[in-house]
Write a protein that binds this ligand. Sequence first.
Ligand SMILES: Nc1ncnc2c1ncn2[C@@H]1O[C@H](COP(=O)(O)O)[C@@H](O)[C@H]1OP(=O)(O)O
Length: 372
Amino acid sequence: MKLSCISRRFLYTKQNPLIMSTDYLREAYIAQLAVKRASLLTCKVSEEHLNEQSIDKSDSSPVTVGDFGAQAIIIKSILSNFPNDEVVGEEDSNLIKEKKIDDLIFKYVNEIQNLDSINNENLNIIENSNDLCDTIDKGNSQGGQKGRIWALDPIDGTKGFLRGDQYAVCLALIVDGDVKVGVIGCPNLPHDLRKENSPKGGLFTAIKGHGSYFQDLKSDITFPLNKSSPINVHNDYDLSKARVLEGVEKAHSSHSLQNLIKEKLNIKQPSVNLDSQAKYCALSKGDAEIYLRLPKDPNYREKIWDHAAGFLLVNESGGKVTDIYGNLLKFDYGRTLNSQGVIAASNNVHSSVIDAIKSIIGENGENLKEFC
Ligand SMILES: Nc1ncnc2c1ncn2[C@@H]1O[C@H](COP(=O)(O)O)[C@@H](O)[C@H]1OP(=O)(O)O
């Protein structure tokens, strides 16, 4: 379906009994196609065990053929549809050139972009390895308060990807500092985390003011969202029975502070450890109730690509996402957030979690460094 003629009408989605204004619907559709295509590339890289090989970036964090290929695919798709937009992407092409892996990455990208299982009509293609590097480097926006800026993490949770665990392909559109669209592909996430042998692979989509949706990553992407089902955070539960989502990597969140908070809230359930923004996805569909991310390094500032899509997803599912002091996350500061940590939960318990944190670290974080 050609989309250019569908702007600003009202549409009725068959499966979801919802009248949707089409503001940002086209952006969401293109983002879904791009994230799905990039997710397929990451799956291919995994199948061929290339995810087990990584290169260290200057900050010692790992990057793979999957990260670079996924960034190229998504930026090409976005900028061919919205040429005046900017992209804040996690990767650049310096290491590709240094390690001479452009042809290898292009081979994977080319294989995926020629699959006809995706709606190719609306996406452009990477022509060759020079185009690949140029496209990746278009993710160099500095972010900020004005304009249409996409925040892209081609593989969030690269360490999970290396282990064959959870990772997420994350894309969000921020307009004048406000997150309008969030799309997350989670190839390894069970449809229901609480059930054994649940099928895996989810595509999560949120549009500001229009809710959030889940669909099987393998299913077709149709316009507008009519293969997706609305999702909601779990709201009606006893706090002591809450399931808490935490990262896997101990360096990314203070596990000692996490334990004290759970003790304070009398939470007895074992935590659920997941890499990446898959945590926001699980929270959004009610598979767990609280997400804790406590600063481990007081100087670390979270990156916008690590949170923008998940932030909108949880908000549109009826939850709340703030820093450790209860302030809403803001995405207009540049490539990073200007705040510490992340606390996400359903609206009814969020303030109890923040109170518990403040009772431990002090109203203004006077005792925080004890836990870093
Ligand atoms: N000291 C840190 N504190 C919090 N997050 C971090 C830290 N160092 C790296 N990260 C980010 O954690 C993300 C993974 O989160 P999780 O542990 O929830 O899976 C990575 O994308 C990485 O961001 P990046 O590599 O973008 O700088």
